[in-house]
Design a protein around this ligand. Structure first.
Ligand SMILES: [Zn+2]
Length: 97
């Protein structure tokens, strides 16, 4: 179970908080692994998300902040590609295959 204590990060030239929370997390009635609360400037990630998926969710939510004009499908693909590259280069600190 991944756990992040409330931590400040820089994203989109602004300060955001990032934290894990016990799920299920819901946005508009749908269960999600993570989301951005733009009002509170906070990224929240389900603490059951682990491994490469955990990295992917962080990258995904950061991209929503950095590129708010991008569609969900574009962000989804971009975060997955970056995570796959990091995994391929063995930069995630574990083997995920
Ligand atoms: Zn998204």
């Amino acid at each position: 179970m991944a756990h992040i204590k409330l931590t400040e990060i820089q994203a989109g030239c602004q300060t955001y908080e990032i934290m894990t929370r016990r799920g299920p997390l819901k946005v508009d009635g749908a269960v999600v692994d993570g989301f951005v609360d733009f009002d509170k400037r906070r990224i929240v990630i389900d603490d059951k998300v682990e491994g490469a998926r955990f990295v992917e969710v962080i990258l995904h939510e950061v991209e929503h902040i950095q590129y708010p004009y991008l569609d969900e499908s574009v962000v989804e693909q971009a975060a997955k590609e970056k995570t796959d590259i990091l995994s391929e280069l063995n930069l995630l600190g574990w083997h995920d295959d």
